[in-house]
Design a protein around this ligand. Structure first.
Ligand code: HEC
Length: 197
């Protein structure tokens, strides 16, 4: 390549890359066209972000990963509970139920509908005893609680819930009551015997 040719090529490049008007301490800046690969990445990311935002956050066509995780966790808990149920109804089963969020939530709904009139919203007691302390009349062992709620204590004003709720809903509400134990909400004075489980 002759020297002449070289100079011309350089000039052609200069024509393509406009030098910007500003200059700092002799440093000039080219106004280059951005490379195609860079533009592809930029537009690609923007389109991807728009799609992601629409699908996951605006239209909720698919659950986000935390939601997917919560759903999977709930299914796993329920499957574990179903396996435990097959072994029979015992304290362990009820403890497991009281650790299964969906069952506790179901129990909470039943409690709000049927129990708050006598035990109040937080279980702090009114006509019925405070369910949030560590002192129990009929025992705090899960199977004893289940018996109290199933059969009631008619002579003392605690209705039997067996017929009205059926066994599975009684189990759910007991699992919720188990979560109230030892939350110590100020309310009705303790009645019964200190109980550890
Ligand atoms: C009409 C009022 C009333 C309603 C409604 C009621 N209870 Fe009771 N509950 C009582 C009374 C009164 C006692 C205390 C019984 C006793 O002194 O032996 C009691 C006792 C209990 C106990 C035993 C507490 C202990 O210290 O051993 C549990 C558990 C309980 N109730 C749960 C429930 C649940 C769950 C519901 C709703 C499904 C419910 N109760 C609805 C009045 C009620």
């Amino acid at each position: 390549m002759s020297e002449n040719q070289n100079t011309r090529d350089n000039r052609a490049e200069y024509r393509q890359d406009t030098v910007m008007a500003h200059e700092y301490d002799g440093i000039k800046e080219f106004d280059n066209r951005l490379p195609n690969w860079w533009m592809w990445i930029m537009w690609g990311s923007m389109i991807f972000a728009l799609g992601y935002w629409l699908v996951f956050q605006t239209l909720h066509l698919r659950p986000e990963s935390q939601e997917q995780f919560a759903i999977a966790q709930q299914k796993a808990q329920e499957a574990q509970l179903a396996r435990a149920a097959a072994q029979g109804l015992d304290n362990n089963f009820l403890v497991m139920m009281s650790q299964t969020a969906s069952k506790v939530a179901e129990g909470r709904e039943i409690f709000v509908k049927h129990c708050v009139a006598c035990h109040l919203d937080k279980g702090q007691g009114l006509v019925g005893p405070n369910l949030t302390d560590g002192v129990w009349i009929h025992g705090c062992e899960p199977m004893l609680m289940l018996k109290t709620v199933t059969d009631g204590v008619p002579a003392k004003g605690m209705p039997a819930w067996q017929n009205q709720l059926g066994p599975t809903r009684v189990q759910a509400v007991v699992s919720y009551v188990m979560t109230l134990k030892n939350t110590n909400v100020p309310g009705k004075a303790p009645e019964g015997q200190p109980c550890q489980f």
